[in-house]
Design a protein around this ligand. Sequence first.
Ligand code: FES
Length: 142
Amino acid sequence: MGGINPYIKQVEADLPKNKYRITFVSQSPEGEEVEQVVEVDPCGLPYTDEGLPGSVLDVACGHGVDIDHACGGVCACSTCHVFVDKGGDTCNETTDAEEDMLDLAPGLEENSRLACQCIPDGSSEVRIVIPTWNRNQVSEEH
Ligand code: FES
C-alpha cells in the first residue's frame, strides 16, 4: 500500500535539488545504538511508493531502514513516528492531518514527525531517531 490520501489536504513541500544525507539512528535488539547513513539523490526520488515522495519513510524503505508504517504511508496511523534530531528546519511544515495523527503517537516530543509526511528539502543533513517501538518487528512467539 502507499500513495496519496485523498481525504486530507495535500502536503506542500520542496523536494531536494542536491544530494544530501540522512542519518537514521535506531537500537539493535541487543540495545546498541545503530546508525545508518543514507545519501539521498534527488534523481532517484521517489525510491518507493511508501509515504510521500522524498519523505523520510520513502528514503528509509528505499535503503533497507526499518520504520514501521502500518497504513502504508498515507497519514492514517501514527506507527511511523520518528524524532527529527537534526535538520528539522529543512523539512516541510506539519499539516493539521499530521498533527492529528501525531496526537495518537506514544512518546510525543517537540521534534516528533510522521516519517511518511516529513520531507527534507536537502539543504542540510538530517538526523532521524527511530523509537524502539517503531521498528518493524517480526516475532514467531505467541
Ligand atoms: S505510515 Fe501511517 S501515518 Fe505514516
